[in-house]
Write a protein that binds this ligand. Sequence first.
Ligand code: C2E
Ligand code: MG
Ligand code: MG
Length: 699
Amino acid sequence: MHRLLRLISFSDARHLPMALKLSLLTAIIWSLVVAASLQWNLHSNRSQTMKMAYAEATAVRDLDMTLRRWALRHGGIYVKVSETVHPSPFMDHVADRDLRTADGVALTLKAPATMTREMMDDYAKVGGVRGRIVGLRFLNPVNAPDAWEKGQLEAFAAGDRKEIWEIADIDGQPFLRHLRAWFMDEGCVKCHGILGYKAGDMRGATGVNLPLASYYARIAAAGQQLIFSHLGIWLIGMIGIFWAGREGYLREAERKNAQTHIHYLAHHDSLTGLSNRYSMESRLRQAMAMARRHSTLLAMFFIDLDQFKVVNDSLGHHFGDRLLVEVARRLTLCSRESDIVARLGGDEFVIVLTEMEQRNDAIQMGNKIMNTLRQSCSIDGKSLYTSPSIGVSIFPDDGDDCDTLFKNADTAMYHAKAQGRNNLQFFTQELTQKALERMELQQDLRIALKERALELHYQPQIRGSDGAIVAFEALARWHHPRLGWVPPDQFIPLAEESGLMETLGKWVLDEACGQLAKWHAAGMTEIGMAVNISTQQLRTADLLNDVTETLAHHGIAASDLELEVTESVAMENPKEAIARLEALQKLGLTISIDDFGTGYSSLAYLKMLPVKILKLDRTFVKDIEVDANDAAISRSTLALAHGLGLEVVAEGVETAAQRDFLLTHGCEFMQGYFFGKPENGQVWQERMQAQKNPASLAV
Ligand code: C2E
Ligand code: MG
Ligand code: MG
């Protein structure tokens, strides 16, 4: 058993499922138990049957002995001489062998041995068992011993034993044979004295021969029954074990499947099948240990897809998911098996290039990634162009632990975004410094917003035809206690990143409407207000509510408020943007497109946007007189706007020549240092009040 257990647990069975091992063990134990039970029952059946044989033989022997003793006691019996009964020729020496009755009936003596033998012969005809007397010397040759008996008689005579039970063949048939030494007594001398025996001598043996064939047949029949019944029980047991084993195996397989699935989910991203962050980190730790041992480098590529939100919002999440799967496929194709490719969530992916010999390898890999991701992909019949912003950090130079490497790749990626997206940047110490400064600045902006330390300045917008101020654009200003004036170009994106834009936007709206209300109250009722709206503000569903409430709060008519959105803001999620802007327009607000010409203009969308005004970006105005291209762009923008029924505000007008050029080409409104720089509300109020006619403020 011990060997068997070793065999099961340490040989090939080691690889078997536990349930199968158990079933195998149970089946072996069950087979051994059934075999042992069969063995025991067969043995018991045989010994019971043989006991019966012994009992029968003993009974016959006792009967034989009883008859023999009775006959001896009476010296035999006289029987009538007849045709079948004759005087025994072996008893010629016995004087009173033959008698005649007074009636003249002839009688002859049946010696006790003869009488008993004849009786036992008759009995043998009925029961098959014969009582017998044998001797080494005998009167009647019938009592001559056979070879077995002779051997036993000699052993008795030698005094080795006085009786024997043995199974021995007679004529090829099995018999239970018994012999017991027989000693001469007085009654025997009469007949057997002639053979030289005296009373007390061992003259032979009485015995019994019991044929065993019927007992053996009984043993065989019962044995067969036992074998069949055990076989049946064994089979039932084996079926049970097989069934239980199968159930166990299935349950084990189910549990293993579930465990594998859970393990898979714990280590993989369910959408793309790539490693997840947890798995990536543990694999990265191993890769770093290897790199340390072999003094090689690692490169971590932090990849973020540009404008993925736009895809998701405009084409649906299903489409976005398909794009992510495609990106995952391409990144996997780019990398070797030893590299780590993971999705951290959203549109953020990481590739760790392992076993790198030199930094140059990272540049090549970076180019490879950029090129694959830039190629258009076709999803659901739609062709789509994506681009990545990638940050790279190198182990061990840029960090020799997971977190630092990761943080620095992230910083480099952020820098890639800031550089206008669709590019790859390596981490430098300078970037960390910048990132730290940015974090500090974010913190300061939070405080400034809380403490209302921001200001709004206002820049006038002039009507070209008469030079009158028609509106002011509200421009946020932040005077940082240590850094001085921080330009809005810097702190507006910062506010967007840190989730402060909503608060900042609401404040600007409220402040600008408050100022306009003051000016209206001061009698300058013809003036409107333009407020810049950021990407995040346009994304929030609250914008409409905020505007409505603010207008109501300050008692301003919707027609006096203009919202400036940049092209890119409107283009990020055109459907949503159009819906929001339409709702605002329905309120009576004017919507204008800011910095027109700098973004990716889509005339098709422009047509769909509920826009009334285009603000021509100052970069085109700047060189309008010297650069023929800028002049052409400005001219065609004016023509395009007029063609679409829009009015144009030219930004950044700094000279009279610029103003004249724009006037010549029908530009309705202008804004720029030539007419007035952004100043606080008080300054403008005083300036306008000093000149009773606001229009005369224009130069
Ligand atoms: P913008 O909306 O295009 O604003 C016009 C910018 O051009 C202002 O810069 C203004 O000072 C500047 N400017 C006006 N006339 C001239 C000129 O003749 N020459 C030159 N060189 N510049 C001129 P500013 O105030 O630095 O604002 C920059 C940008 O920051 C704005 O561009 C706007 O996109 C954003 N911004 C400012 N305030 C806010 C705000 O309250 N909310 C939002 N969302 N964005 C704001
Ligand atoms: Mg603006
Ligand atoms: Mg502008």
